[in-house]
Design a protein around this ligand. Structure first.
Ligand SMILES: Nc1ncnc2c1ncn2[C@@H]1O[C@H](COP(=O)(O)OP(=O)(O)OP(=O)(O)O)[C@@H](O)[C@H]1O
Ligand SMILES: [Zn+2]
Length: 866
């Protein structure tokens, strides 16, 4: 037998088994294969010495068989032979359809059987999958053994519908007169199914709503020219899926036990292989290999078609696109139709957390009536966002973060395949940094590979904004040595070279742990080792431990903060205060003891040689109970000076230096209450405008949440008290919400809180996190400020001078307007409702307050919304 003509890529035994399996697996109700079964039974399969296959009809009457096919309308695709005459013929070249001809040892082209069909009856355009398949075959050729370029054939057994000898690339150019012919697959189509619906299900009747499945992202995930390493090394079999053994085992077992569910849900952290697994599973469901536990084989017709992106029965659906009810219904309608070629129709819906509730409902209800060949695979990194009912109806598979060791070994293999040299430490670092996401790790490797053929640790550091160990040790030494200005300078330098603050904190923490464990990172110079020493005293160990604690808390803060650099600097300045300094010049601990005289109940700024010694890390502060002690003048001046120094605006600096004074700092309930005095009402107003900057500066210096109280200097106050109003005592607070409440807000975004000022009767804001009350010297300007639940946060008891606000507003009193504005700012920030004293109409608020009104829900005492 002519091996060249009948070379085949898959052993014949597998072909036959696959054929039988396809028949047996299919749902009888949709098993259009059954319509072909009698025909198939009449086929004669023979293998030749070259593992090739010959197929023939037993009754020796091919024409009869094909006319049978034709009359039953099973065939509406056919083999095309492009030749000089536009004759359409059923061309079975390599698989000898016809009288079994064992006499094929000659070079003559194989016998052909041509059947003419009427033009109308047949779709006669070139079918894309065939082209793809042909390309795919060429592409996959190296995978296959025993191929003969001249008479390359493969077989097709698809979806039970088709038995299609196909793809004959013939150099002989005989019969049809061209060098290559390819066959169309025969497929069963019910006469009432619209071809368009089948081919492009969502095109139906609405061109605007076209969804080109092929264009959906990821529809052709296995690109010939991958754009990234991650795409190139996208796993194509369960074996290649790293670190998800349990999932792999259960999916394989579902296939081998033929217990295929209709709805799967793959969930877990990003970059862990969910989408890849969905694709592999889809391929495995349709794979024709007989080795059930090795599916998808990557070699059978189905696999080739799938991995080349040409499968018509596996579709990746864009979650956003099917959120339109119409589209979703079309999708379900499409799913009802039998598969085009394959055994199963699989829909992969990635990012399914983006599906609307209605879409879920449509899918879930639609699925109930769907035939057994339909499988939906939902993929999401965020299970919590899915409706419970949907989750309950799915078979769920959780993907774990990929272990570092697995990531390292995978990266190593990729490097070898890509011809990259690498340091093991570099890969280790990448693995650690990628936090269980293999995709992230591969992407980083990809990026690094563009910079050089060797992946070194220093390269990785550079790309990731990581400090080298030497630099790290220098910084730690400076921080622990109580050298504030050098520490700040060095930190700034590092930040300028785009070091990631979080990364730096984590590196410092690791370094400290290493030192505590008596080990220094490799490559640290001896000089530096000596700096920190390996034989640490008890005091030093304690200092390092405390420093570690500070860093670990700082890391948490940095994660929720926008102003990371400042927090980082503040944390570094606190490291030396956490114990004995390394240069032995000062003993910060004794200083700390002054600050925490007893059990940490009270702390206040006291004299000390360094400001940072007097700062206690906000994060380590326990709840400091109420206190009341005025601070040393000298120290307060120092704090004030430093706070002014870090304000960026020079005019503000000058103003604060000249007009303002920090008169006290008290720590209460974890908040530093800073009282400022200004020497004139105008200065108070001005300071109020810049309160955020001032509070933030103080916060940085004090390392605490700050509540700011801006007062008129007491000597002036008397004078002003005599006037009708005192509006200058409003205080505001910048606090770290995360410490007091569960609400997420950025630490550095100061939260404005207006508290009852010190001149008014004591306010008892049980509200804890949000105290909102303002008053003007005993007269409540606004009766209540409510939070978004509508609960009053604090209610002014005093009888308001109802005519006052109106009067003031009408007079457009600048100070009054300022205060109105402040209150409205608060209300805006806090999303409050503002209630007005009875009789006061919101629109009487003149000036600056009015524009803010537009954004507020304002309710007056009569309940009328303005
Ligand atoms: N478990 C894994 N085994 C092998 N490769 C993996 C694995 N996880 C991720 N990858 C690599 O990362 C790429 C992307 O993976 P995939 O899209 O499957 O992850 P995912 O979990 O679906 O991510 P996402 O939730 O962000 O969509 C793959 O092409 C592959 O190279
Ligand atoms: Zn296969």
């Amino acid at each position: 037998m002519d091996g060249r003509r009948h070379s085949v890529d898959v052993p014949i035994s597998r072909t036959l088994i696959a054929l039988r399996r396809v028949r047996s697996l299919r749902d009888p109700s949709t098993n259009s294969m059954s319509k072909l079964s009698s025909l198939i039974d009449n086929f004669n399969w023979e293998t030749n010495s070259n593992n090739a296959i010959t197929l023939g009809f037993e009754n020796d009457s091919p024409n009869h068989n094909f006319s049978q096919l034709r009359s039953s309308k099973i065939l509406n695709d056919h083999e095309l032979c492009y030749g000089s005459t536009p004759q359409r013929s059923l061309h079975v070249e390599s698989l000898n359809v016809g009288p079994l001809n064992h006499d094929t040892g000659n070079e003559a082209p194989s016998e052909r059987y041509c059947v003419d069909y009427g033009e109308k009856e047949l779709g006669f355009n070139c079918n894309e999958p065939e082209e793809i398949l042909m390309q795919a075959e060429k592409k996959h050729r190296p995978m296959r053994k025993g191929l003969n370029r001249k008479h390359d054939i493969s077989y097709r057994v698809t979806g039970g519908d088709v038995l299609s000898p196909r793809l004959s690339i013939s150099d002989t150019g005989s019969s049809c007169g061209i060098s290559s012919c390819w066959s169309r697959s025969m497929k069963y189509r019910d006469s009432n199914l619209l071809p368009d619906v089948e081919e492009r299900p969502l095109l139906l009747g609405n061109t605007e709503e076209n969804i080109d499945w092929k264009l959906d992202s990821g529809a052709r995930p296995y690109l010939e020219t991958p754009r990234s390493l991650s795409q190139k090394f996208m796993p194509k079999s369960f074996d290649e899926l790293v670190g998800q053994n349990v999932v792999v085992r259960s999916l394989l077992s579902a296939i081998s036990n033929r217990r295929i569910n209709s709805l799967y849900l793959l969930h877990g952290p990003p970059g862990t292989g969910k989408t890849s697994a969905a694709r592999i599973f889809a391929a495995a469901l349709n794979c024709l290999s007989s080795e059930i536990d090795r599916v998808p084989c990557g070699m059978c017709q189905e696999c080739i078609l799938f991995f080349s992106g040409g499968s018509k029965d596996v579709k990746e659906v864009d979650s956003v696109k099917i959120n339109r009810v119409q589209r979703c219904k079309l999708l379900i309608k499409n799913a009802e139709m039998p598969p085009v070629y394959s055994r199963f129709k699989v829909y992969i819906i990635d990012e399914c957390q983006l599906l609307h509730r209605k879409t879920w409902d449509t899918i879930l209800s639609g699925m109930e009536g769907l035939p057994g060949h339909v499988v939906f695979i939902m993929v999401t990194p965020d299970l919590d966002k899915l409706p419970c009912v949907a989750v309950a109806k799915c078979q769920r598979y959780h993907f774990q973060k990929v272990k570092e060791v697995d990531i390292i070994s995978r990266l190593g293999r990729i490097c070898v395949e890509e011809g990259l040299d690498f340091d093991h430490d570099a890969l280790k670092f990448i693995a650690t940094k990628s936090n269980g996401s293999l995709r992230d790790a591969e992407m980083m490797l990809d990026q690094l590979s563009l910079l050089g053929r060797k992946i070194t640790l220093s390269l990785v550091y550079e790309v990731n904004g990581v400090v080298s160990d030497d630099e790290l040790l220098d910084l730690l030494y400076l921080a622990l040595s109580n050298d504030a200005s050098s520490t700040v300078k060095r930190t700034r330098e590092l930040m300028r070279s785009r070091i990631d603050p979080l990364q730096l904190v984590s590196q410092l923490a690791n370094l400290i742990m290493d030192i505590l464990a008596g080990k220094f990172p490799d490559g640290v110079s001896d000089a530096r080792r000596k700096l920190l020493g390996t034989d640490n005293s008890e005091a030093e160990i304690q200092q390092l431990s405390r420093a570690l604690k500070i860093l670990s808390q700082t890391e948490k803060q940095l994660r929720i903060s926008k102003n990371q650099i400042t927090w980082l600097t503040a944390a570094l300045l606190q490291l030396s205060s956490s114990g004995t300094s390394h240069d032995g010049t000062s003993d910060a601990r004794s200083s700390m003891q002054t600050l925490h005289p007893q059990d940490g109940d009270f702390q206040s700024i006291s004299t000390g040689e360094s400001l940072k010694q007097s700062v206690v890390c906000a994060c380590e502060s326990a709840v400091y109970e109420k206190t009341g002690m005025r601070d040393g003048e000298e120290n307060l001046e120092l704090v004030w000076k430093r706070a002014i120094a870090i304000c960026t605006s020079s005019s503000l600096k000058k103003f604060l230096q000249k007009r303002g004074k920090l008169v006290s700092v008290r720590h209460t309930q974890g908040i530093a209450v800073a009282e400022l005095e200004f020497n004139s009402p105008d200065s108070v107003s001005k300071a109020e405008k810049s309160w955020k900057v001032i509070a933030t500066a103080l916060q940085h210096i004090l390392g605490h949440n700050v509540e700011l109280r801006i007062n008129l200097a007491s000597n002036n106050c008397t004078k002003f008290k005599k006037s009708s109003l005192n509006l200058f005592n409003c205080s505001r607070r910048v606090h770290l919400k995360s410490q007091f409440s569960s609400e997420n807000s950025d630490v550095t975004t100061p939260t404005t809180v207006i508290t009852r000022d010190k001149y008014s009767e004591s306010c008892s804001p049980e509200c804890g996190s949000r105290i909102s009350h303002t008053c003007c010297h005993g007269k409540d300007l606004f009766k209540t400020i409510r939070n978004n639940d509508g609960n009053a946060l604090s209610i002014g008891e005093s009888t308001p001078d109802r005519s006052l606000p109106e009067k003031m507003a009408n007079q457009n009193h600048p100070k009054y307007v300022l205060n109105i504005k402040a209150v409205f700012e608060v209300a805006l920030l806090e999303n409050c409702h503002v209630s007005f004293p009875e009789g006061m109409a919101a629109d009487t608020l003149a000036g600056n307050g009015r524009e803010l009104l537009a954004n507020l829900t304002v309710v007056n005492d009569y309940g009328a919304a303005k």
